[in-house]
Write a protein that binds this ligand. Structure first.
Ligand code: NAD
Length: 299
């Protein structure tokens, strides 16, 4: 089993790192938050006091950080991964960041001779804890081959999407589609209710008709039809609305740079911005149905 440095032990990283320990890897953990490091040390990790200390002697480095600026500083900073990791280590950034930054990190790592992949995930905190994430991986094939067994210990699927940045590209395309079908599902369910349909009955019809989609049948935004969905626990996340907004902003940035037309993606970004600004900040992204219902006014 390998020695893995894990940097970024937040909502997602803590569960992911614990799964690497369960799989038999020796994990050396670092986070700016000392409590997060102590919690993982209690599960069998070695605690590190810096990035440089965490990557010392590592065969692999996994990072799970909030955004691009954190990824840049952890990899390219003077005390960072590229300056201190052993040359044979495979570097895996699982954070969700913009495509251009992922490509730049890939190039900076390759310049120093490292195998590097961008490997963002689909699946929230529950999937991170259960080890059932889906990894979308960008980078050279030989880097993917080195990263795959490490990522497989934390997920149910590890899929090579293409060269550097392709994992991030796949992630934001997927999440833009998710936002659009969630909003569409909310609009349809709200309208069904206003038209006097019984919601469970409409769910039974739409889930077996051409309106069927993941937001409806795995994550239904009204309570009842899908017991595990956040709608049944007051829209407690789940996948928090600000994280969906972050991904939609990344998608709009990528659409501009690729010259892709995304009118519904742009509209979804505006709707989630308004939801986050008007009280949805602490809620799951499916809670947008509450805003759609209140926009609908009284009959
Ligand atoms: P989080 O904010 O809970 O955790 C990030 C951790 O990184 C924190 O513990 C923070 O202290 C640490 N950190 C920040 N800067 C650091 C540095 N310089 N050195 C060491 N540690 C540092 O975030 P999260 O919810 O775990 O999400 C992590 C990434 O995964 C994000 O990019 C997010 O978009 C993505 N993601 C999240 C979810 C989700 O449901 N939470 C789902 C899919 C993808």
């Amino acid at each position: 089993m390998a020695q893995i440095a894990f940097i970024g032990l937040g909502n997602m990283g803590a569960g992911m790192a614990a799964n690497l320990i369960k799989a038999g890897h020796q994990v050396c953990a670092f986070d700016l938050n000392a409590d997060a490091v102590a919690m993982l040390a209690a599960k069998g990790a070695k605690a590190a006091g810096s990035v440089a200390e965490a990557v010392n002697g590592a065969d692999g480095v996994v990072t799970m950080l909030p955004a691009s600026a954190h990824v840049r500083s952890v990899y390219a900073g003077a005390d960072g991964v590229l300056a201190h990791a052993p040359a044979h280590a495979v570097l895996m950034d699982c954070s969700t960041i913009d495509v251009d930054s992922a490509r730049q990190m890939g190039a900076a790592a390759a310049d120093k001779g490292f195998a590097f992949v961008d490997a963002p995930v689909s699946g929230g905190v529950a999937a991170a804890e259960a080890g059932t994430l889906t990894f979308m991986v960008g980078g050279p094939k030989d880097a993917f081959v080195k990263a795959e067994p490490v990522l497989a210990a934390m997920g149910k699927a590890v899929i090579h999407a293409g060269e550097a940045g392709a994992g991030q590209a796949a992630k934001i395309c997927n999440n833009m589609l998710l936002a659009i079908h969630m909003i569409g599902t909310c609009e349809a369910l709200n309208m069904a209710e206003r038209l006097g349909l019984d919601i469970q009955n409409f769910y039974d019809i739409a889930s077996k008709a051409s309106g069927q989609n993941w937001s409806l049948t795995s994550y239904c935004p009204v309570p009842g039809p899908v017991p595990a969905a956040p709608s049944n626990r007051g829209y407690k996340p789940g996948f928090a609305a600000p994280l969906m907004l972050k991904d939609l902003k990344l998608a709009m940035e990528a659409a501009r740079s690729a010259g892709a037309s995304t009118p519904l993606g742009a509209h979804a970004a505006d709707i989630y911005q308004r939801f986050v600004d008007s009280g949805g900040e602490g809620l799951d992204f499916s809670g947008v149905i509450q805003m759609i219902a209140s926009d609908s006014g009284s009959e």
